[in-house]
Ligand binder design. Structure first.
Ligand code: ATP
Ligand code: MG
Length: 335
């Protein structure tokens, strides 16, 4: 079944290109949202600076990696130059400061896996999470943004995949399905694997950007302006790529043995990473290597129940892309 499918894409696939691009366009945040985000960031900088003059604020996540759809919350990281042992104390202090400046719904979640302060800015209507010293997230945000600059098809594919995942309820890590970050890495990996390749492997090239974070060397080629023609010999359209992406995850991926790795631009074996058996809560049922924290499997949230849900959704999507007369509606139907 897998072979037959991999060879035979539906004949009228090109008919789906314009409607998929229209969905992508409709998800792009308008320029005024950007302006409002900057306005909120400037306000936060002003408040933080009064208390901690040497600290810096960085945007990360979808508001900065170019994979953010319209009306997303923003993720902010407060970075101190030193290690912080007690983040709770800082978060409570921060919550205090923000509260007295009329920001709304201010809450310090000091016991969360990633401790944060949440808030809503009444002036812009934007909600925001602020974490502390999560520099790796700032760096992987840059990596994703740099990949997006190389070929426009990455952003198109990833927007459609994220929109599908949200519509189908498989973008909820607390319920055992995958994060947006994981889906974007799956898209990057998929485009690295096309022949001819649509994306290069930036971590396998000359290292023009190099930072060390928590003893992890984060290095890759970041002069991506030089790569703007990289994928041009591959003429696949977004419709073919969406079809191919779902087909790969439904019928092509070897869940038993394979790990996808953006870091190496290839598939590596579970054996090699010693991800063959469950250790604690890490079950490794779908394996997505973090590009920098390479011991970290972004699929570790997936358990033996949710793996079935995720794989059935990939199969449903692949079948819709293959057979449905109206895939652009059916694909995103609420579950
Ligand atoms: P959304 O549009 O759904 O908010 P997002 O890009 O903000 O998408 P999230 O999955 O919420 O994606 O993650 C926000 C950021 O946090 C990511 O861009 C990444 O930098 C970091 N991140 C999230 N999950 C992980 C993880 N498991 N390991 C390392 N970094 C992560
Ligand atoms: Mg986010």
């Amino acid at each position: 079944r897998m072979l037959k499918r991999q060879m035979m894409c539906r004949g009228d696939i090109h008919r789906l290109n314009a409607p998929l691009l229209a969905i992508y366009e409709s998800l792009i945040p308008p320029e005024e949202e950007r302006t409002k985000q900057k306005q909120l960031l400037a306000l936060l900088e002003k408040l933080v600076c009064k208390e901690w003059p040497k600290a810096q604020l960085f945007l990360y996540g979808s508001c900065a990696n170019s994979f953010g759809v319209s009306k997303s919350d923003i993720d902010v990281c407060l970075v101190f130059n030193e290690d912080i042992n007690d983040k709770s104390e800082i978060l409570l202090k921060l919550a205090d400061i923000l509260q007295s400046d009329n920001l709304q719904n201010v809450q310090a979640l000091t016991r969360a896996r990633v401790p944060i302060v949440k808030l809503m800015d009444p002036a812009t209507g934007i909600s925001c999470d602020i974490c502390i010293n999560n520099v790796l997230a700032v760096v992987n945000t840059k990596l994703l943004r740099d990949y997006a600059k190389i070929d426009a098809r990455l952003r198109q594919l990833a927007f459609i995949v994220k929109h599908w995942a949200k519509s189908r309820g498989v973008n909820e890590t607390y319920r055992g399905t995958l994060s947006s970050y994981a889906y974007v890495l799956m898209c990057i990996h998929f485009l690295q694997q096309r022949r001819p390749a649509i994306l290069p492997c930036l971590q396998g090239m000359e290292k023009t950007y190099n930072v060390s974070v928590d003893n992890i060397e984060c290095a890759y080629f970041d002069k991506v302006e030089q790569l703007s023609n990289f994928g041009s010999s591959n003429k696949e359209t977004v419709a073919q790529l969406v079809w191919g992406f779902f087909n790969y995850w439904a019928y092509g991926h070897d869940y038993a043995n394979s790990v996808i790795s953006v870091r190496t631009g290839s598939i590596i074996s579970k054996q090699e990473k010693e991800w063959t058996r469950r250790v604690g809560n890490d079950r490794h049922l779908i394996c997505i290597e973090d590009p920098f924290e390479i011991s970290h499997d972004l699929g570790r949230v997936v358990d033996k129940f949710s793996i079935r849900v995720v794989r059935e959704e990939f199969e449903r999507a692949a079948d819709i892309m293959q057979y449905d007369p109206n895939p652009c509606v059916k694909l995103f139907e609420p579950y």
